[in-house]
Design a protein around this ligand. Structure first.
Ligand code: GAP
Length: 573
């Protein structure tokens, strides 16, 4: 038997077709895993549960955007400038390491990712940090951007990046989505897809990957309404919280957490409950799950409040698998600023009102050649000028606007000042965003670890994967007691009927029946159907249940319904 629990789970995952290290015949590559036949099904189970909760029950819209993304998007989001980690490289064997991780492991108590490179160098020296591979000394710390860079169109020089999160595609599509939802907030949009981060030194199996799977939801809300229409329904849900600056987990209802100010607002709190529901229904043990609040120096500067859902793992301790952030108006403000496309919503009046507006509008024929790539952003900045500045601009020779933090002077010929009476439906504002961001791969690993049960049977080690029914990659095993005397033909006929009814069923005729049950238990198959000699007489089979190992006789004619009823409808298709 392999050493630790983590190794034993990975051995099973590899042997039985959940996870394979990618590119193994070519020596492999850290940070990449393939999902084998059962792993791909388990992953689909997690994604379907996400769709069930967010798309079906919450009415979110699911969209799908390209992974290759133009550079401007990540300039606006801040990823080009700031999405980096501190790195040190061994001067002896050249291995790279996350400098912040090394320093924290060596005893530094703060958040080392916030330190400047010189501070990291000084601390590494003081703490005597050495290369984990060869014990060699490190060179100076530097910052490494984590995005994979590419070129869009050969020889075009147009820079693109593989997206490091699926979220940005949703923000960029906001104007379309606002119209799709008939200009009514709040609304939620989600995306399931691959994300890419060129992690410095991924050494944690599927927990830190260079290509991974996210399921993200962006809920667009009015910042004056930080409530949730369905909060009353969930307020009694008990969660385990680790609030910032505290050392102990406290269990309380989400209603109390909002009332006591532990969670910033109802809108955010509602999504903590949905995250808890998804994780526990997927098979994460509620006693090994907690919601940890980000410390003030840990959360993004624009975030009002951020929580991580963390599961407890034997090898890695508490591991983040979902981030739930109140991102304020940051994302849409940034994209509006950089693209020049308005990203706003209207808070409607009861009856529309007439109003005189003064606006500064660009003269594209003059402004375009002057500002080229920036013309869109300059146009948006002109339009955004308040009425008093627009009035002043009419008589001035030029007007000054701020574009991407810089002062830009626009000559009078490149803009017009337009005065008109318009009908105003309401006040317009930049929507705020609540974002639950799920990492599928980490959830999948947590589900495997928390479902994995080792027992003994007749003196031998015996493993059962107690997956929730909705997660089971294979739903039914079908066996003939012996592969002869017509038992095999009957079993195959039952198999085909179960498959036609939409159940994932597997036929197995090899080895002793106990071995076949064991193979199914090990991959979490909830039911096995055995055809024996009595079956030929009474037209019934034995149905065995995985966790209780209870067996019952079920008539062939009832078998499909008997099993279908046990699986929740959203996993049947
Ligand atoms: N849009 C917000 C966002 O991407 P994040 O906390 O960086 O937030 C969200 O990522 C989730 O994605 C994490 O909670 C984690 O489960 C998963 N994740 C992030 N980086 C990962 C990596 N390198 N390998 C596997 N999963 C990762």
């Amino acid at each position: 038997m392999a050493d630790g629990l983590y190794e034993r789970i990975f051995e099973l995952a590899k042997r039985r077709g959940f996870l394979y290290p990618s590119f193994e015949p070519y020596g492999g590559a850290a940070g990449f895993y393939d999902y084998g036949p059962l792993g791909a099904q388990l992953k689909a189970g997690i994604e379907n549960l996400f769709r069930r909760i967010f798309v079906v029950e919450e009415g979110c819209a699911e969209i799908s955007c390209p992974a290759v993304t133009v550079e401007e998007v990540f300039v606006a989001s801040g990823h080009v400038a700031k999405f980096d980690d501190p790195v040190v490289r061994c001067q002896n064997c050249r291995s790279p390491f996350r400098a912040d991780h090394l320093i924290e492991e060596a005893g530094y108590k703060g958040n080392a990712a916030l330190l400047k490179n010189e501070e990291i160098d000084a601390l590494a020296k003081k703490l005597g940090v050495k290369c984990k591979n060869c014990g060699g000394p490190f060179g100076a710390a530097y910052r490494q951007n984590l995005m994979f860079k590419t070129e869009i169109g050969p020889g075009s020089g147009k820079v693109g990046y593989l997206r490091p999160e699926t979220a940005q595609g949703i923000f960029v599509d906001y104007p379309y989505l606002y119209r799709y939802f008939r200009e009514q907030l709040p609304f939620g949009v989600c995306q399931i897809g691959r994300a890419y981060r060129n992690e410095i030194s991924p050494r944690q199996g599927v927990l830190r990957l260079r290509e991974f799977n996210q399921m993200e939801v962006e809920v667009f809300i009015d910042p004056q309404k930080l409530t949730h229409a369905k909060f009353a329904r969930v307020q009694g849900t008990r969660l385990r919280f680790l609030p910032k600056a505290s050392k102990e987990i406290v269990e309380m209802t989400i209603g109390d957490a909002v009332a006591k100010g532990v969670v910033a607002n109802e809108a955010l709190a509602y999504y903590l409950v949905l995250v808890d529901r998804l994780l526990t229904q997927a098979g994460i043990d509620p006693k090994r799950l907690r919601f940890r609040q980000h410390e003030d120096d840990e959360k993004a500067h624009y975030a009002r409040d951020t929580w991580d859902a963390e599961f407890q793992s034997e090898r890695f301790g508490w591991v983040e698998c979902v981030g739930i952030a109140d991102r304020s108006a940051y994302d849409l403000t940034q994209h509006a600023k950089l693209s020049g496309t308005p990203m706003r919503a209207v808070r409607r009046y009861e009856t529309p009102q007439k109003r005189e507006v003064v606006q500064v509008r660009s003269v594209p024929a003059k402004l375009g050649p002057l500002f080229k790539k920036e013309a869109g952003a300059v146009t948006a900045a002109l339009l955004a000028l308040p009425a008093d500045r627009a009035e002043a601009a009419a008589a001035a020779k030029e007007v000054e606007v701020i574009v991407d933090g810089r002062k830009v002077t626009v000559p009078r010929a490149a803009y017009d000042v337009v005065r008109e009476t318009v009908t105003v439906a309401g006040d317009d504002y930049v929507p705020n965003v609540i974002e639950p961001s799920f990492g599928v791969d980490r959830i999948l690993y947590a589900v495997l670890e928390h479902s994995y049960v080792e027992t003994t049977k007749e003196g031998e080690a015996y493993t059962v994967l107690r997956l929730p029914l909705a997660m089971a990659p294979m739903q039914v095993g079908v066996f003939p007691l012996m592969p002869k005397d017509g038992l095999d033909a009957v079993a195959l006929d039952l198999l085909h009927k179960l498959q036609a009814a939409g159940l994932r069923a597997l036929y197995d005729e090899s080895g002793a029946i106990g071995r076949r049950y064991a193979r199914m238990d090990e991959v979490g198959t909830p039911y096995c159907v055995t055809v024996d000699y009595d079956s030929l007489k009474d037209q019934s089979a034995t149905v065995r249940e995985r966790d209780s190992t209870k067996q019952e006789r079920v008539r062939f004619t009832d078998l499909v319904d008997h099993l279908r009823r046990r699986f929740s409808p959203f996993r049947d298709s």
